[in-house]
Design a binder for this molecule. Sequence first.
Ligand code: UT7
Length: 330
Amino acid sequence: MSQPKPLVEFAGTGRFLPDRVVTNDDMARIVDTNDEWIRTRTGIRERRLSDDDTTAAMMGAEAGRKALENAGIGPEDVGTLIVSTATPDRWLPSTACDAQALLGCSNAMAFDVSAACSGWLYGLSMAEGYLTAGRARYALVIAAEKMSAIVDWSDRTTCVLFGDGAGAAVLRRAEGDRGIVSAFHRSDGHLAELLYRPGGGASVPMDEGVLARRDHLLKMSGREIFKNAVRSMAEAASNALEGAGISGDEIDLMIPHQANIRIVEATAKYANIPMEKVYVNVDRYGNMSSSSIPVALDEALEEGRIQPGMRVLTATFGAGLTWGAMVWQF
Ligand code: UT7
């Protein structure tokens, strides 16, 4: 089977990371943990945390501004602005509308996508649909996550894992062979309670009980999530490769979601991709939910790890449960 022709391509990418570096030793001053446990169980050495005044929309707008610059277009050229976030600044309106106002994307429709760590890849597929239908000439797909605002800083099993940051890409209709070659997305709502925030939404509104139980904060069944992540990312990667008509050994770089180095290694093994061909930044940033992949993509391009002609496999997994994978041709 020959490789399918992409419908859309990347026109530019960007990222924003807060300046504040928080090491594992710093975390050990907050909860009962240590550098050795965090490093060996997760691969994380440090993470970036934003200050109280920095919102997800601000981080997303910064990443978006860089992606627009990199694409050589202005904010008014964007017709569709999608923000993936698990940490919206407010319940209403969307973080995308706040980012739109900051960016000046005055000709865009703007909305959020809620698919946790998988949200940016979901957003790319949505943008592909809008662009292909002729609804927009350029789509800006941002991931913006302020995980520090939703983790329970008294729970050592979760707070050490996450970091803040944002990534973005501008997409346009493909003119040649470069772009999104294949995509696979799935979700399973039956397992929602493995990773969720039980209270504070419309079904269990915020009250003193929610606050006392800390039910407005993130709860995770780590081991179950781990098993599902490996299984689902392997399934998604295999389907995306099949959709592209290629095998793992034809991939030049893999950019997996960065939740845990052990999940990354297991997924790469299933996809038959050696670790030298896997982009890793979980050591520097921890798990930035949906921002992990676009930040890694922007870094890999900047570092020259992605060159014209290369094929990239990306795979993700997160709350929902949600998962997915894509093959990109550069
Ligand atoms: O973005 C997608 C969503 N997230 C993920 O994909 C994360 C998936 N899960 C994981 O990455 C791993 O399950 C964790 C890193 C969360 C946990 O690693 P684990 O190897 O599954 O550890 P565990 O939960 O089985 O805990 C082992 C021990 C426990 O102690 P006992 O019961 O054996 O005495 C924990 O209490 O490690 C203890 N522990 C810690 N110790 C020091 C848990 N967290 C910590 C900590 N520091 N931060």
